[in-house]
Write a protein that binds this ligand. Structure first.
Ligand SMILES: Cc1cc2nc3c(=O)[nH]c(=O)nc-3n(C[C@H](O)[C@H](O)[C@H](O)COP(=O)(O)OP(=O)(O)OC[C@H]3O[C@@H](n4cnc5c(N)ncnc54)[C@H](O)[C@@H]3O)c2cc1C
Length: 433
């Protein structure tokens, strides 16, 4: 039985972990199987997080915040939570690997997920020209024309980043003014490679196996036109990730988890929520981090009150990780979760005796995979696709995708954006562990 399990590894989750670890709550962070570090690992420069006058790269910031939590004893599990049972005094958390954890308190810090365009061809062409992460996938579009859909800070940030690779970046926005901050607008307007297509919505994505263009509709005149682009980056907002808890926790009108006043307390005792999943308005790294601190302090007070009032549950504290990960007797319903890693095989012509990881410095998942292989003492070759055009083409040829990391195993098989569990399973199957 854990004192505290934290679901989510963004600024909210890891800051909660730092506070809780310093309070001797031995928190366990379920960091997800991919996208560890949350939204900031998808971005480049973060200029507004306090303490970094020169700015800091998003993935670097998240690595620092994680290291800080681990330094005080927070434990991290690289897996997804697939179901929770939060109603009783003992909370139960089911992981993707089938194990169930028990905890006295839970902090939900699952953030917000990018919004999709909602078009028929979106799923089919996702990773084949449609992307939600310029920093991860931008290098695949060297000297090509691309589009960014959206008009907020995130959209302009994506557009500015893409100018490093693309020959032209078209920002497609459904209004005639941008929502983005003034400073971002000034930067985008000053960039020769960026053009704006105003009052336009995307009515279709063209292409059979890869994106070849966008069908746009002018919202004022109703006119339709085709925009020839090889890639489209979608930045039209986020929705709070509430699917795990929506039947158990009260929600606000905006669909975020409802908390009491300035606390992180939800409608269920012992369940706290923090970060973008409770925040329809501010959604910043610093507000998420602050909210994580509040949640840890609330959880600490809740546990202290339980001890004061002699709850039998607080007699034992925080056993080591392996015990807490033992399967528990009961089982709870598992809701469907989204598709995770994609897998490929074959390609023996490209096989090599070493494992090869195609990635980029700015890609958080690439860092996670590199770290995993390093921790496992598995020898591998790392190939940065952003520095090497040929490498980008090779990664795309092997995987047929425009996503990284691509891990190529000595037998020629490969994984695209794999979870740690998938990499480990493949290494074991190949007797490399
Ligand atoms: C492109 C971009 C640029 C940005 N730039 C800035 C900036 O410059 N400055 C700034 O202040 N903010 C910026 N933001 C906003 C900032 O990233 C968010 O406000 C912040 O990350 C929210 O933190 P969070 O911890 O609430 O959630 P997130 O960062 O979204 O983290 C949530 C975590 O929960 C995990 N998770 C979700 N469901 C599960 C589950 N079932 N099991 C396990 N784990 C799960 C996710 O994988 C993720 O790791 C940017 C956002 C984007 C998209």
């Amino acid at each position: 039985m854990r004192d505290l399990v934290i679901i989510g590894s963004g600024p909210a989750g890891f800051t909660a972990a730092t506070y809780a670890a310093r309070a001797n709550l031995a928190p366990l962070v379920i960091a997800s199987s991919v996208a560890v570090g949350g939204e900031l690992v998808r971005t480049t420069e973060v200029e507004n997080f306090p303490g970094f006058p020169e700015g800091v790269m998003g993935p670097d910031l998240m690595e620092h915040i994680q290291e800080q939590a681990e330094r005080f004893g927070a434990e991290i599990v690289y897996d997804d939570v697939t179901a929770v049972e939060l109603g009783g005094e003992v909370k139960r958390i089911l992981l993707g690997n089938g194990r169930t954890l028990e905890a006295r308190t839970v902090i939900v810090a699952t953030g917000a997920a990018y919004r999709k365009l909602g078009l028929a061809d979106e799923a089919r062409l996702s990773g084949r020209g449609i992307s939600w992460c310029a920093t991860c996938d931008g290098a695949f579009f060297r000297n090509r024309e691309v589009a960014v859909v959206g008009g907020g800070d995130a959209a302009l940030e994506e557009a500015l980043f893409l100018t490093r690779f693309a020959s032209k970046v078209h920002v497609v926005h459904r209004r005639d003014t941008l929502r983005a901050s003034k400073i971002m607008q000034e930067r985008a307007f000053a960039n020769d490679k960026i053009t704006f297509i105003w009052n336009a919505t995307v009515s279709g994505v063209l292409g059979t196996s890869e994106v070849e263009g966008l069908a746009l509709t002018d919202v004022v005149s109703g006119e339709r036109r085709i925009l020839d682009v090889a890639g489209v980056f979608v930045a039209i907002g986020h929705d709070p990730r509430i699917h795990l808890v929506q039947d158990q926790l009260e929600l606000t009108r905006e669909g975020t988890i409802a908390v009491q006043g300035r606390t992180s307390r939800t409608n269920l005792p012992g369940v706290f929520a923090a970060g973008d999943v409770i925040d329809p308005h501010y959604r910043q790294a610093v507000t998420a981090a602050a909210s994580g601190a509040v949640a840890a302090l609330d959880a600490e007070r809740y546990l202290a009150a339980q001890t004061t009032f002699a709850s039998p549950l607080t007699a034992e504290r925080s056993p080591a990780l392996p015990d807490s990960l033992e399967p528990s007797a009961g089982s709870i319903a598992v809701p469907e979760i989204g598709a995770k890693a994609k897998e490929g095989s074959g390609g023996s012509a490209l096989s090599s005796t070493r494992i090869r990881v195609f990635g980029a410095d700015w890609c958080g998942d690439c860092r996670r995979t590199k770290k995993q292989l390093t921790d496992l003492a598995v020898s591998f070759e790392y190939i940065d696709i952003q520095r090497d055009e040929v490498a980008a083409a090779q990664a795309r040829e092997i995987s047929g995708r425009t996503n990284i990391p691509v891990v190529v195993y000595p037998d020629g098989s490969h994984h695209v954006e794999p979870s740690n569990a998938e990499v480990e399973a493949r290494l074991r199957a190949l007797a490399l562990l």
